[in-house]
Write a protein that binds this ligand. Structure first.
Ligand code: GLN
Length: 491
């Protein structure tokens, strides 16, 4: 493994800015690493070597011309295949978009380019971001670098595995119910879901529009904050984007790294205690709580009585929105078209295309969502779930009147073996038990590695009030300063 691939993004940017390494050298080192390990890990669906080297050369030229470079210039980044990339294949892990090359960049991708980062390629994901293991990708699963027979989490397993395998120092994910945080937890990396509306959804292929939140993935809290700062902030092209500056997440990560949490009040959610979590995960979480106490934090127990209903509410709201959003994949406008032989009707072509193009989990969600939205059942299911969503938001508001942030294990269990949960959708849904409430509320959440259980990573989640993303970075960075970072066995 080349030395350059084990560095943090902050270190790489400093090397490039100081002329100690060129952006081209850094990029080539990561492309070589991808060539060496990705046949086993399968983090990438598409590697854009040419585009990456061209972007790297541009950074080197700007530096040679004496231009000031931004804090991430020359740093490679892997992008979840849910974001549109101009001229570069974008599949969302689905056969229905196979071969589609978008005519435009997502806002986040535009901002990544403007920041001088180097896009290496597109990472694997559960089809349309529906899943918790990346096994629902139509292009085959990604493997966890900690144990290649285990899942890397999902839906953004490709981005998390690329980090853990040292194929990229930074990655972009999207989090609708946990798809940034849960893969972060099970791969021993950092994943942050920003406040909903704090990062632009323009060019993010929609799953559940009221929940979808793109965000940063990295190997350290500071790197995640640097990436968050680069991609975040108001976007007039997204009507739900918040017209306010990004909270100072970088300063917060640096403050946290001093390891002092004096005066910070952290809440443990009573309803999460013990519920569904493996003993090994709970033990590591409790040790992390002790560590936070030693760093000066005050820990209190907080009740959020409606969190128990978050999972059922989510599995009505998300499928309902998906059934509406995915109607655009009709065999006419994008990608795949099946059976268009001149004799079949539009409806037949549409139906054959959707039959062939969507996988079983996507079809399941479209059917549940269509049912929940149908006129006779709307009030009983979708309407009821929206009311529960309001109650969960009120629980958060009440909790944040007592504490600065909430903490929990990120996931109830460590990375499970490939194939262990695919036959039972409910078992798969449980992976997001602790992450989903935050999405329903709209606040930020981060997962930071806090230890190992049976040799596999465990993540601690920090949840903060909306637009207080800086708070979660402070707490996460403080914990990281005490427990360190975690490196998987050599591949
Ligand atoms: N695992 C959850 C689901 O399947 C969350 C997915 C996500 O955050 N994109 O819906």
């Amino acid at each position: 493994m080349s030395d350059l691939t084990t560095k943090t993004a902050a270190e790489i940017a400093a090397l490039v800015a100081g002329g100690e390494a060129s952006a081209v050298e850094v990029t080539q080192a990561h492309l070589d690493r991808i060539a060496a390990v990705d046949d086993r890990v399968h983090a990438f669906l598409h590697v854009d070597a040419e585009g990456a080297l061209a972007a790297a050369r541009a950074v080197d030229e700007r530096r040679a011309a004496g231009e000031a470079l931004g804090p991430l210039a020359g740093v490679p980044v892997a992008v979840k295949d849910v974001l549109t990339t101009k001229g570069v294949p974008t599949t969302v892990g689905s056969k229905i978009l196979e071969g589609w090359r978008p005519p435009y960049d997502a806002t986040i991708v535009e901002r990544l380019r403007a920041a001088g980062t180097v896009m290496l390629g597109k990472t694997n994901m559960d089809e349309f971001a529906m899943g918790s293991s990346t096994e629902y990708s139509a292009y085959g699963p990604t493997r966890n670098p900690w144990d290649l027979d285990r899942i890397p989490g999902g839906s953004g397993g490709g981005s998390a595995a690329a980090l853990a395998a040292y194929e990229a120092p930074l990655a972009i994910g999207s989090d609708t119910g946990g798809s940034i945080r849960q893969p972060g937890a099970v791969t021993g990396t950092v994943g942050a879901k920003p406040t909903y509306g704090g990062t632009s959804r323009y060019g993010l292929v929609a799953f559940s529009s009221s929940l979808d939140t793109p965000g940063p993935c990295a190997r350290t809290v500071l790197d995640a904050a640097l990436l968050h700062e680069a991609i975040g902030g108001h976007d007039p092209r997204d009507s739900t984007s918040i017209p306010q500056p990004v909270p100072d997440v970088v300063a917060a990560a640096k403050l946290g790294a001093t390891g002092d949490l004096t005066g910070v009040r952290l809440g443990i959610v009573t309803e999460f205690a013990g519920e569904g979590a493996e003993p090994g995960v709970l033990a590591v979480f409790r040790e992390a709580v002790d560590t936070l106490t030693k760093l000066g934090a005050e820990i209190v127990e907080v009740s959020c009585p409606h969190f128990t209903y978050a999972l059922p509410a989510y599995y009505l709201i998300a499928p309902s929105e998906c059934s509406s959003n995915l109607a655009r994949f009709d065999g006419v406008r994008f990608g795949l078209r099946v059976g268009d032989d001149g004799n079949r009707s539009l409806e037949e072509v549409m139906s054959l295309t959707r039959e062939a193009g969507f996988g079983p989990e996507v079809k399941r969600r479209i059917m549940i969502g269509t049912y929940a939205l149908s006129s006779g059942y709307y009030d009983a299911y979708y309407g009821q779930a929206q009311k529960v969503r309001t109650l969960i938001s009120r629980d958060f508001t009440a909790a944040f009147a007592q504490v600065d942030a909430l903490i929990s294990p990120t996931t109830p269990f460590v990375a499970f073996p490939i194939g262990a949960r695919t036959s039972d959708p409910y078992q798969m849904y449980l992976a997001d038990l602790f992450t989903i409430p935050t999405n329903l509320y709209g606040g930020p959440g981060i997962s930071v590695p806090c230890g190992l259980s049976d040799g596999l990573p465990v993540g601690l989640q920090v949840m903060a009030p909306t637009m207080a993303d800086d708070r979660m970075y402070r707490v996460a960075a403080a914990l990281e300063s005490a427990v360190g970072t975690f490196t998987p066995p050599a591949l």
